[in-house]
Design a protein around this ligand. Structure first.
Ligand code: PMV
Length: 350
């Protein structure tokens, strides 16, 4: 009976506070600007992936949350697997007599511990876990930073899910993507008081995929060009400084402004892209009002390519922030019927 080789890993969901939006190369997922994200706690949100290979497997198969995916039609998945096989074949060449795992088919089982239907970006954690699991299976010597270049080709933001805590994706200059990679800016324990909560407003799948949205933005928005060239480079520096100094006021202001500018850029796209809905805008108004009454930033909101909100706040303000949003959630009338009944518990960071 041929042996089965196996490795399992988990990867966290990450939520950007300086947004990635725009590709300078679609094939390699090379971005038009750098970005920075925070990983959420794996207790609440993570992908668990087991990769195995064996001579007895007759084709590559991926099971995603229990259902079989068509590997052959998923070109991004194929690119990731091919890159990893190539690295493994080098290991095999350098170590004659080692198992030729690169020649065996793969069986990959990937599970999220949160409902995929929750409308949260799951592809980032998914591709990061897949790349990391296969790299472990193949016992590759590459670092997480090097592996992030492979995960990036699966889904851009996946490169940031190879790390916990605070992670930047440096856009790089090279045309071949060899310097477009993620690196950790700070660990989770660097800022123990930082908390996050997710407000699920709609579980519906987003109307415009991030890839087609980005392509339309790059082709038509002038605001986007200004943002990518003149605003994001400064914000990246300021955000890194705010995190290093555990300065929540600067962190919150930058997070809020960057989320709003990302959605402004979507609106500046032709035809315009709307990811926020009335409930999202209601949450923005509520957070703005909370911060105004407090006379400082208490809650920082951010929205990805969909209507769901992520709030960042300090643990000392947990009662205030979650209390207010829970109460409004309870009272809100006319919210999307698939909205969750209440704000989930505050999450620790991953
Ligand atoms: O990695 P993608 O193709 O799913 O794009 C992610 C885009 C945003 O979530 C809106 C921003 C980001 O930096 O994660």
């Amino acid at each position: 009976m041929p042996q089965i080789y196996q490795a399992s890993v988990t990867a966290p969901v990450n939520i950007a506070v300086i947004k990635y939006w725009g590709k300078r190369c679609t094939k390699l997922n090379l971005p038009t600007n750098s970005s920075l994200s925070v990983a959420l706690s794996q207790e609440n949100l993570r992908t668990l992936t087991t990769a195995s290979c064996s001579e007895q497997f007759d084709k590559d198969i991926l099971w995603l949350n229990g259902s079989e995916e068509n590997v052959a039609s998923n070109s991004r998945l194929i690119i990731c697997i091919e890159n990893l096989r190539l690295l493994r074949s080098r290991v095999e060449k350098e170590n004659p007599g080692s198992q030729t795992l690169s020649k065996m088919n793969l069986h990959i089982v990937s599970e999220n511990n949160f409902p995929t239907a929750a409308g949260l970006a799951s592809s980032a954690a998914g591709f990061a876990a897949l790349v990391y699991a296969i790299a472990n299976l193949y016992k590759l010597p590459q670092s997480e930073i090097q592996l992030s270049r492979i995960a990036r080709q699966g889904s851009g933001s996946a490169c940031r899910s190879l790390f916990g805590g605070y992670t930047s994706w440096e856009m790089g200059n090279n045309d071949d993507g060899s310097d477009s990679q993620a690196q950790q800016v700070a660990t989770k324990s660097h800022w123990p008081d930082m908390k996050a909560a997710i407000l699920i407003i709609s579980a519906a799948k987003k109307g415009v995929s991030s890839t087609s949205g980005m392509q339309a933005t790059v082709a038509t928005s002038t605001l986007f060009t200004y943002r990518a060239q003149h605003i994001v480079p400064i914000r990246m520096q300021e955000m890194k400084k705010a995190i290093a100094a555990r300065d929540f006021q600067s962190f919150a202001e930058l997070t809020i402004k960057d989320s709003n500018q990302f959605h402004a850029v979507c609106l500046d796209t032709m035809p315009p892209i709307f990811y926020l809905n009335d409930t999202s805008r209601y949450i923005i108004r509520l957070a703005e009002e909370l911060n105004r009454v407090a006379g400082k930033y208490v809650a920082a909101y951010t929205f990805d390519a969909g209507p769901n909100a992520v709030l960042y706040y300090l643990s000392e303000n947990t009662q205030l922030v979650l209390g207010l949003f829970r109460e409004c959630y309870r009272k809100a009338k006319g919210w999307s019927s698939d909205a969750r009944p209440c704000v989930p518990e505050g999450f620790n960071l991953g």
